[in-house]
Design a protein around this ligand. Sequence first.
Ligand code: NAD
Length: 229
Amino acid sequence: MIAVATGAGISAESGIPTFRDSGGLWEGRRPEDVATPGAFLRDPLEVWRFYLERRKTAISVKPNKGHQAIAEWQNEFLDVPVITQNIDGLHQRAGSKNVLEIHGSLWKKKCCECDFTADDTVTEMEELPRCACGGLLRPDIVWFGESLPELILENAFTIVRKIKCLIVVGTSNLIYPAAAIPMTALAAGVTVIEVNPARTTLSDRATLFIEGRAGDVLPDLIERLRMHL
Ligand code: NAD
């Protein structure tokens, strides 16, 4: 069994800037001004509007050859999970089904007071959305200083301990606990293949580092693995 772990780099060729490549700014904003619980408490409508802009950016682009190669492979081998740090939904739009979004999703909202969560695709907002319980609804995204969704994360760690090979694509491997996922796989004796145009903290430890862009490398890599399997 094989799994894929992706970060912002897989969506770069679709036109969504990575966190590092944009100098740490998202849509020209400092993450701490819009991606923290404190920022939402201070000005929830401003934070919502920031994420609505990010939705518009995500809608305006298409999944690329990297997303497509993974989705095609999943169609053939149904048990290939994709563990992603991305919130843009491009894996799903490429046709991927088994996607574990460990940092949440741009396309979901959740209640600040109760367990309510729902899909959400609006891109304009005049008033703050409220839950039936009266609580404020917020983007279902893991903000700085927040814990990752426990069950999804546990599931990701369980998966990478029992697979044969993990393909890690487009992450700088700097943000924990996401960065612990390939390390856990390596510790369990799993073959870890890293695909990235630049070396990362993982590159020296990975079983194989392939220097290149996801859209250039993945279609061929996945074809080779398919023949090998
Ligand atoms: P990062 O910005 O820290 O690192 C991006 C990595 O992608 C770098 O190592 C870079 O060399 C590599 N890369 C650039 N172009 C690539 C390509 N064409 N193919 C393959 N790799 C390429 O991203 P991160 O490690 O994912 O961490 C940043 C955090 O910000 C994560 O939580 C991420 O979810 C979030 N984020 C998400 C999006 C998105 O949903 N698309 C965009 C920006 C940031």
